[in-house]
Design a protein around this ligand. Structure first.
Ligand code: BG6
Length: 375
């Protein structure tokens, strides 16, 4: 019996609980031999799924970043148009939704006031509603038409980590469930995607084995006051959440930005004083991933020519990147839409160790609460 590891803070404990959280969220809902996904708990029948015109994902903070990744998963796998909204902004845009739309409210606590308001607005307009929550019996879970529970276990640290990766896994499952109902994927493709999901906990364990590398980088950069996090497509939400984690727990200003947008402004900021974290993994079997990777390689070269300091996240074995970047964090090979669930982990660790080296209260950052129950 391996001795139970003792952790200094809830945040680092919850980061290391992610393989188990993923397993608990994924395993009960898939059957590899049948090549099927079981999500009847969402209470959407196939006929309703086939009639869906659009899905509106609505959330706050880290949960919204999961929704941004979910947009790519659902659009690419189930061919349903998806919009993503800040819960606090949703009602202001007078959303034109009705019975052929589905609102997905993503909320770890199930008690966020902005997200509760958005749920009620969507219901008032006749939209079906599903909650993705980590707390059984929470307000939003009770009021939505259906609920998909992540099974990450209690998340205590104000900065969300294991709930976030579990939310993205749940969105991937939901995308496959819709693909199954709309027959946008055939059995063999479904099995291949299910296999990718079942391999996730083991791959995440491997990422956690190099936690010391993130700690070493945090020691090196703990005095820095500004960071730029960059990612393209489904990796942009990871850049956003890496930046949010750093802001939340280490009080360092950090901005998440689409890599392709740096030439429209942020490039003016880039010099040796502004470290860049760029996510540039590559699924070489995916032509779109390869194209985006090549563009990011050019960005990397440009940042280095500008005297920029670059920490790159790359796919294991990618020596092209490690030769160019100042530091490279390697991520196990995974399908493009799955890789965000792995890529966020070194960034969670980096933010954690930055806060520790800055002597801050990691689990209870100033001015923040775990669930914001006021609008
Ligand atoms: C913030 C938390 O207060 O609320 C974030 O610090 C979280 O971690 C956000 O992502 C949304 O909370 P919830 O519970 O609706 O996911």
């Amino acid at each position: 019996m391996t001795p139970e590891r003792v952790f200094r803070h809830h945040m680092i404990k919850e980061i290391f609980e992610q393989p188990r959280a993923l397993e608990a969220t994924i395993a009960p809902r898939v059957s590899l031999d049948k090549g099927s996904i079981r999500l009847e708990e969402c209470r959407l029948i196939d006929e309703e799924i086939r009639r869906l015109h659009r899905i509106n994902i609505i959330a706050s903070g880290t949960s919204r970043h999961a929704g941004m990744a979910g947009q790519f998963m659902i659009q690419d796998l189930a061919s349903i148009p998806v919009d993503v909204d800040y819960a606090s902004e949703f009602e202001y845009r007078n959303p034109l939704i009705g019975p052929c739309e589905l609102a997905i409210l993503i909320t770890q606590s199930g008690e966020t006031a902005d997200t509760t308001g958005a749920l009620r607005e969507a219901k008032k307009k006749g939209s079906k509603t599903i909650a993705i929550s980590n707390v059984v019996g929470s307000t939003i879970a009770r009021e939505a038409d259906g609920v998909l529970y992540t099974r990450a276990g209690k998340e205590t640290s104000i900065a969300s980590t294991k709930a976030f990766t579990a939310q993205m896994a749940m969105l991937y499952l939901f995308a496959l469930y819709n693909a199954q109902a709309r027959a946008t994927l055939h059995d063999e493709q479904l099995r291949a995607h299910i296999r990718q999901l079942l391999e996730l906990p083991g791959k995440l364990e491997r990422v956690l084995e190099s936690a010391a590398h993130s700690e070493e980088l945090a020691k090196r950069y703990h005095g820095v006051e500004d960071f730029l996090f960059l990612g393209r497509a489904v990796h942009y939400p990871v850049a956003m959440d890496g930046a949010l984690k750093l802001k939340e727990v280490s009080y360092v200003h950090a901005e998440g930005y689409p890599t392709g947008e740096t030439k429209h402004g942020p490039n003016a900021l880039i010099d040796e004083k502004l470290p860049i974290v760029i996510i540039m993994t590559c699924d070489r079997k995916d032509p779109g991933s390869l194209l985006r990777y090549k563009k990011s390689l050019n960005n990397l070269k440009g940042f280095k020519n500008q005297g920029g300091h670059v920490i790159a996240l790359a796919t294991e074995g990618d020596e092209k990147v490690s030769r160019l970047a100042d530091h490279t964090i390697f991520i196990p090979q995974a399908e493009e839409l799955i890789s965000p669930i792995l890529e966020i982990v070194p960034l969670q660790l980096f933010a954690y160790y930055m806060a520790v080296h800055r002597g801050l209260d990691v689990d209870r950052p100033r001015n923040l609460t775990k669930s914001v129950t006021v609008e």
